[in-house]
Design a binder for this molecule. Structure first.
Ligand code: SAM
Length: 237
């Protein structure tokens, strides 16, 4: 048997420019917020038409990336996924946690279009702005869509919260959406409906939460369990 290498170095092939300026309120998987849009900017030499030839025939791509804001110092065998309430342990290989060996993530996202600068416009993303991309691969439905597959830890999408708006906050979101040319109202709704706060936290109606989407700060609270009300949408300071 040939000698085994136990370490490989990899090259970043591009960066995700994402609507998510911070980790809080990013959906826990892709496709949960279809209005979440981003652009993959490729690095030389991959930012050329030759590297993308044929990709225009593909509707969805796998993006392999580095969880650059969760780089691991320790070797972790177990994680506490927020999906399970954040207080139950699971083997790291049974989870999609960002805290994992080699800090490597994979997301299946919709390829909206490729522009003349060879940038990939994608939607349904769950990646932070500036995420380093290691590879891109086409999704192959007849191989990767498995109707008989099961995952008893995550059988179904989590229930959605209802999202209401203070009238002024809705008007602000509409205005900023127009300015950014982005579906901001939908994005806020889709992200908050996933309930960004840890599942074990009992929301105090007096407590305000905030997250940054694009250049916007969104403030909300929980008037009662299972319900969100958006209070303010303003340009982040
Ligand atoms: N779909 C990917 C996977 O399965 O490998 C990611 C799943 S992970 C549970 C998604 C979470 O990772 C997001 O909610 C966000 O909080 C976090 N995240 C996204 N991009 C990140 C980055 N560059 N560094 C650290 N954490 C990131």
């Amino acid at each position: 048997m040939a000698a085994q290498m136990d370490s490989y170095s990899m090259q970043v092939i591009g960066y995700m420019r994402s609507c998510f300026a911070e980790k809080f309120a990013i959906p826990r998987q892709p496709a949960l917020a279809p209005a979440a849009r981003g652009i993959i900017e490729l690095c030389p030499p991959y930012n050329q038409p030759q590297a993308l030839a044929g990709l225009e025939q593909v509707s969805h791509i796998w993006v392999i990336f580095v969880f650059h804001q969760a780089l691991e110092q320790q070797q972790r065998l177990q994680v506490r996924p927020p999906r399970l309430g954040g207080n139950r342990y699971l083997g790291v290989f049974a989870s999609r946690s960002s805290h994992r060996p080699n800090s490597m993530g994979q997301s299946l996202v919709k390829l909206e279009r490729i522009d003349e600068e060879c940038r990939l416009h994608v939607s349904g993303i769950d990646l932070l702005d500036g995420t380093p991309v290691l590879d891109i691969k086409p999704y192959i439905p007849f191989v990767e869509s498995l109707p008989d597959a099961h995952n008893r830890i995550a059988e179904a999408p989590p229930p959605l919260l209802s999202v209401d708006w203070q009238p002024e906050a809705l008007a602000q979101a509409q205005q900023h959406g127009q300015r950014l040319n982005e579906p901001l109202v939908e994005l806020i709704k889709q992200c908050l409906a996933q309930d960004p706060k840890p599942a074990y936290q009992q929301p105090d109606p007096a407590r305000q939460y905030g997250a940054r989407l694009h250049d916007i700060n969104v403030i909300w609270h929980y008037p009662q369990p299972g319900q969100i009300c958006v209070l303010q949408v303003s340009v982040a300071g």
